[in-house]
Design a binder for this molecule. Structure first.
Ligand code: ATP
Length: 345
């Protein structure tokens, strides 16, 4: 029987679709240079799952995550409109990964300096439950489209408590709850109400305010420094986290972590970027930073710090950057440069 090398932490590695295999390979290479604590069980999902196993979320992949309770995942393509349901959403549901954390920090000084924000997104409810259907009228089978969102008081309170606990643990002072309770009075009104209830337990330690999503989108452009943490419903969190990525250089710079009670899956905020897949031009930093969150999760904060320092020096001292950051380095060249930085410290 195979056994896990001593001191190594078993984790599932899902290369994913599009640019996934390229940024995952870069990340594994960099983690190896750091003396990775992980031993990988490589499994497929998304289009790659269909190609390899005839299933966008094969049983063996689920089994591996169930066993390891820890995964690093490349982006999985979700067909737009028709086609199978998002494997990302199914993974979150399967492992009840209710808390999605998306931190952004300025590494390359630019239009917005000294950004340091954390977005916490409710990951299981809202419009993502995807109760959608058409109502036929006459000879048009799609005459009317209906979507129903679902938020539960327990689910809202759970993510609010998660956000406040995160704030305490990470020295954050203020949470802004993002909603649309003037229009979606029930669906997002309950989210706001539950957050206010939870906030009372943290009075004097973590401040809470709230903002309507459209105003928040504008304020993030005008004065992002007024925010510390954002607590969002599922859909608003998805949208605003791309906006946060834009503040720090784009989708290549934004990591994410999905937490449940006993399982955690780490990923980049970006999708599979089919337009640049296979060209060795993708920026691997989002997934590298996600692996840093994974290192922190398993108590290897020292390695996460070394990783972040190596990325910062590669970008700002060596001036090696991928195309999306106005550089010329390929994915592989960037990864090799980060490895050199790690090996020289
Ligand atoms: P999804 O619906 O899966 O979230 P999306 O439609 O938001 O995907 P992404 O794949 O996330 O689209 O990315 C949008 C575009 O941003 C890509 O087509 C690509 O041009 C660019 N992009 C995304 N990630 C990266 C990256 N890591 N490096 C360079 N460019 C990227």
């Amino acid at each position: 029987m195979e056994s896990t090398p001593r001191h190594k932490i078993p984790a599932t590695l899902i290369p994913g679709d599009g640019i996934g295999p390229e940024v995952v390979a870069a990340t594994v290479q960099v983690l190896d240079a750091l003396g990775s604590p992980f031993i990988w069980d490589v499994q497929q999902a998304g289009i790659a799952g269909v190609t390899h196993c005839g299933d966008p979320l094969p049983d063996v992949t689920l089994e591996s995550v169930r066993k390891n309770k820890l995964a690093l995942k490349g982006p999985l393509t979700t067909p737009i409109g028709e086609g199978f349901r998002s494997s990302n959403v199914r993974l979150r549901e399967e492992f009840q990964l209710f808390g999605n954390v998306r931190p952004v920090r300025t590494i390359i000084p630019g239009r917005y300096d000294e950004i340091d924000l954390v977005l916490v997104r409710e990951n299981l409810g809202g419009f993502y439950v995807a109760h959608e259907y058409y109502i036929p009228v006459g000879d048009d089978p799609k005459a009317v489209a209906v979507a129903t969102g679902v938020n539960t008081r327990d689910g809202c309170a759970r993510i609010a408590r998660f956000a406040f606990e995160y704030a305490l643990k990470h020295g954050r002072k203020k949470i802004t709850v993002v909603h649309k309770a003037n229009i979606l009075k029930v669906l997002t009104g309950l989210f706001l109400e539950a957050a206010r209830d939870v906030a009372r337990d943290y009075g004097g330690r973590v401040e809470m305010s709230d903002m309507i999503v459209d105003a928040c989108a504008m304020q993030l452009v005008l004065n992002p420094w007024q925010f510390d943490m954002l607590l969002c419903t599922n859909l608003f969190g998805d949208i605003l986290s791309d906006q946060l990525a834009g503040l720090v250089g784009g989708l290549g710079m934004a990591p994410g972590a999905n937490y449940g009670n006993d399982t955690a899956i780490f990923e980049a905020v970006h999708g599979s970027a089919p337009d640049i897949a296979g060209k060795d031009v993708a920026n691997p930093i989002s997934l590298l930073l996600a692996s840093g969150l994974m290192l922190e999760h398993v108590g290897k904060g020292d390695l996460a710090l070394r990783l972040r320092t190596a990325i910062t020096e590669t970008l700002n001292t060596d001036h090696i950057r991928t195309r999306d950051l106005k550089g010329t380095a390929s994915t592989r060249e960037f990864a090799a440069a980060v490895v050199r930085r790690i090996e020289s410290t």
